[in-house]
Design a binder for this molecule. Structure first.
Ligand code: ZN
Length: 393
């Protein structure tokens, strides 16, 4: 943290300089413009009168030219001065952070350089699509000659189109999407469609008494959700009583809260992503955040491994030498550790459920087979090893 603060201090200095420079620049240019404008007016009036250029005026003009030149030169040299502050930031970064972090793991852990580059580019492109920066993503695809097919892009394009409309408080595209995916959304226990209808209804309520009939007729959209959202529907119906007085002065004023719009964007992103099989957060930002937590630990481990001269400890490609706690946010899958071998199960050594219901890893099962029979280490029921079933979490 201290290192970050050091760099930030240098950064603040640069920003402050930029700010002062910007203000100074604007002021001098404005003064200059004003001066030139005045001179121009004088010249124009002289031209209108048809008088030849007086000696004074030509002197003023040459003075003006010199002034312009001087000001521009001064601004350019001031700008150059900022460069030294910018380079100080770079030096502060070099001084405070380790520049060589690739060495944390041995090269054998990674795929080939081309493959790495391709994976990284793909992750960046996906991140850009997810963040709605479509044109930047396209540009990167072109420059890196990455071939992203339309099927990959399509869901992101659609999500962004709908989200943009929602940010503009246009419910149309989102409602259309929710209605066409109604069945799947219900299976996900999603209340997206109801929330969208509710927002439309609230917007009608905000329109005052003249929208009452329209609101009432729109209320029929709530019918499919009557069982699940009974209470919320009752609240909305209750609010109709206050339509004439104005909803904002009623006990129902919370319905007009702008937070509903933020909430709908979140609900839409979450539910649409899970329906389309996309992660809500981009894999790149999750990896980056995890890397920030894991790297310092890995660097310490590397130092310890080198000190004790036991470089062979870290040989697995898909496993770190120690467990690194990334916090609950990064718990995506359940894990199962074999109670016999005390090892975490993996694709090559999956958990197997025996017919008695006890679960052990396949390696443990293979070790326990005796004369073609298996005796459960827990209950101890005798069974055919082939009857065990693989469990997928
Ligand atoms: Zn058993």
């Amino acid at each position: 943290m201290e290192q970050c603060a050091c760099v930030e201090r240098e950064l603040d200095k640069v920003l402050q300089k930029f700010l002062t420079y910007g203000q100074h620049c604007e002021q001098s240019l404005e003064e200059l413009l004003h001066y030139v404008g005045q001179l121009r007016a004088e010249l124009a009036s002289a031209a209108l009168q048809g008088t030849p250029l007086s000696a004074t005026l030509s002197l003023v003009m040459s003075q003006c030219c010199r002034k312009i030149k001087d000001t521009v030169q001064k601004l350019a040299s001031d700008h150059k001065d900022i460069h030294s502050s910018v380079s100080r930031v770079g030096k502060a970064i070099d001084r405070n952070f380790d520049s060589e972090i690739c060495g944390v793991v041995s090269d054998a852990v990674w795929d080939s350089r081309e493959k790495q580059q391709q994976i990284l580019q793909m992750a960046i492109v996906e991140h850009l699509y997810q963040q709605g920066m479509l044109s930047v993503a396209e540009e990167l695809c072109q420059e890196s000659t990455l071939d992203v097919d339309l099927d990959f892009k399509q869901p992101f394009l659609e999500l962004n189109r709908i989200l943009e409309a929602l940010h503009e408080q246009d419910l149309g595209p989102a409602l259309e999407w929710a209605v066409s995916h109604r069945q799947h959304l219900l299976e996900l226990n999603s209340s997206l469609e109801f929330k969208l209808h509710r927002l439309h209804f609230i917007r009608l309520l905000a329109g005052g008494p003249e929208k009452q009939l329209e609101a009432l007729s729109y209320a029929r959209h709530f019918q499919p959700f009557a069982r699940l959202h009974q209470r919320e529907i009752q609240v909305m119906m209750g609010s109709l009583v206050y339509l004439r007085l104005g909803l904002e002065k009623s006990p129902y004023c919370h319905l007009l809260d702008s937070s509903h719009w933020e909430e709908i964007c979140e609900t839409f992103t979450r539910d649409a992503c899970s329906l389309l099989g996309l992660s809500v957060e981009s894999p790149l930002s999750v990896s980056f955040a995890s890397g920030c937590v894991a790297l310092p630990v890995l660097m310490n481990i590397k130092a310890v491994i080198e000190q004790r001269q036991c470089t062979g400890v870290w040989s697995h490609k898909d496993e770190l030498p120690i467990e690194i706690e990334l916090g609950m946010k990064c718990w995506y899958h359940s894990v199962f550790a074999c109670p016999i071998l005390r090892q975490q199960t993996s694709d090559s050594n999956p958990p197997i459920k025996l017919i008695c219901g006890h679960v052990i890893s396949r390696d443990a099962l293979n070790k326990l087979i005796n004369g073609g029979k298996l005796k459960c280490p827990y209950c101890p029921m005798e069974q055919n090893p082939a009857d065990g079933k693989r469990i997928i979490f």
